[in-house]
Design a protein around this ligand. Structure first.
Ligand code: AMP
Ligand code: GLY
Length: 426
């Protein structure tokens, strides 16, 4: 089988790496890919959002299964376009991808399905939003641009004044463009975050092992939000009983509500959860694998990934074999460019990749990298996801940071505390 992975980050490298190990996969293509995906297969120079060209490529090349990494092409309808062309693709249709593409849609589905989530109101009129905030206690709020805003649309506000300012930025100043013409204002939840990803075929749900992301830039969860500075799996906060609760109160009712709404969900349902005193509550849904969560989760997956994605894409997940997992935990440390998540320079040669790759139980997933004149150079903010398995979490962390130490380029940095949060629950 020929498989096409759409995207160019660490998640896509992990998908290409894992799919390539399938005995049924003859070739892996990645569009547009990075220097790491080029080692797993063939990079195709087509942007992830250039749906028309991707369809043409998949047809002419005879691609048997396409797997989409990022949300933008999903929300833009890549799955609909491939299906219309008679191609098999794993991911939600545009209508189902609204679960990530519109926060107010996601909230409506959750309300209808009685899924635990923060109380919320939706506004497109700044005066009405301000009046609402004035009528409520001066308390922390979260203000969210309704649409996709490249991970920047969520403002966690300490008090009413900050919330009013966030509303102004979105609804009056247009800071998020179209995506911010509607905002969701919701209560601020306290607790620890965890990510649960599940493969869904419209009806059947296969949850993957739990993970935890580290969204803030600096150690101790300080500094600005990023795309994710590291992740580990499993998250000890999610024991079997909690997982059952998440499946029963969140995943099953959401998938059911999506079917009822006439937009059955196929693809990865990613529930970003806050573990609160009243149990798990949904912060947000995403409709794809998490990045960097996919890296440690896929490293722990022992089963072939191809049959499960193929079965989900064809609506036959109930027939797929149960997934087998490596009981050992995995830790992924993101190495980033100087300046990230703000402005940064690219093009710096990366040294030490071979040395890191020689360490046992280590895989260096590429994110923002490119090959130039025979060298691998930096080409993005998040550059690498250095991932390791270990006998326990401490061992996995140690091994990941051993590999990190081998790698250098001008301005390279990373958080030093990925997975430390887990210690208090072990
Ligand atoms: P994003 O992934 O960009 O949608 O941002 C979501 C992040 O904002 C989460 O990972 C949380 O850290 C934070 N967040 C979102 N909703 C809430 C909420 N209701 N209470 C507290 N933090 C939240
Ligand atoms: N790691 C967060 C995300 O993929 O959205």
């Amino acid at each position: 089988m020929k498989v096409l992975v759409v995207g160019s980050g660490g998640r896509e490298h992990a998908l290409a790496w894992k799919l390539r190990q399938s005995s049924r996969v003859s070739r892996v293509y990645c569009a547009p890919g990075n220097a790491g995906t080029a080692d797993e297969g063939t990079n195709v120079d087509i942007a992830a959002t250039d749906i028309e060209r991707l369809v043409r490529f998949a047809k002419s090349e005879g691609i048997d299964l396409t797997v989409v990494g990022p949300e933008a092409p999903l929300v833009a309808g890549i799955v609909d376009a491939f299906q219309d062309a008679g191609l098999t693709i794993f991911g939600p249709t545009a209508a189902a991808a609204r679960l990530e593409g519109s926060k107010s849609f996601a909230k409506q589905i959750m309300r209808r399905a009685n899924v635990p989530t923060a109380d919320f109101r939706t506004f497109d009129d700044p005066e009405a939003a301000a009046a609402f905030l004035q009528s409520r206690e001066d308390q922390p709020w979260v203000v969210k641009a309704d649409g996709l805003a490249a991970g920047k649309g969520v403002t966690v506000c300490r008090d009413r004044a900050e919330a009013l300012q966030a509303v102004r930025r979105a609804l009056v100043e247009g800071a998020f463009g179209e995506a911010g013409r509607t905002v969701v204002i919701e209560e601020c939840l306290q607790g620890e975050e965890a990510s649960i990803l599940a493969i869904v075929d419209g009806t059947t749900i296969v949850p993957l092992e739990s993970s935890q992301d580290h969204k803030r830039a600096y150690d101790g969860d300080r500094g600005p939000n990023t795309g994710g500075m590291g992740a580990y799996s499993p998250c000890p906060l999610i024991d079997d009983a909690t997982m059952d609760e998440i499946a029963g109160r969140i995943l099953v009712p959401t998938v059911h509500a999506m079917r009822e709404a006439g937009t059955p969900f196929r693809g990865v349902l990613y529930a970003g959860l806050m573990m609160t005193g009243q149990g798990p509550k949904v912060l947000e849904f995403n409709v794809r694998f998490g990045d960097p969560e996919a890296q440690p989760v896929l490293m722990r997956l022992q089963s072939d990934l191809l049959p499960v994605l193929e079965a989900a894409a064809r609506g036959r997940l109930a027939d797929a074999a149960a997934l087998r997992w490596d009981p050992r935990p995995a830790v992924c440390v993101v190495m980033a460019s100087e300046g990230y998540p703000g402005a940064y320079e690219t093009g710096f040669p990366i040294r030490g990749l071979e040395e890191a790759a020689r360490l046992p139980n280590v895989k260096v997933f590429h994110a923002g990298t490119a090959r130039r004149n025979g060298e691998i150079v930096t080409a993005g903010g998040r550059v690498l996801g250095v991932t390791a398995l270990g006998e326990d979490l401490a061992d996995a962390k140690l091994q990941a940071y051993r590999a990190v130490k081998c790698i250098r380029w001008k301005g390279a940095w990373c958080r030093k505390d990925i997975s430390d949060k887990a210690r208090k629950w072990l």
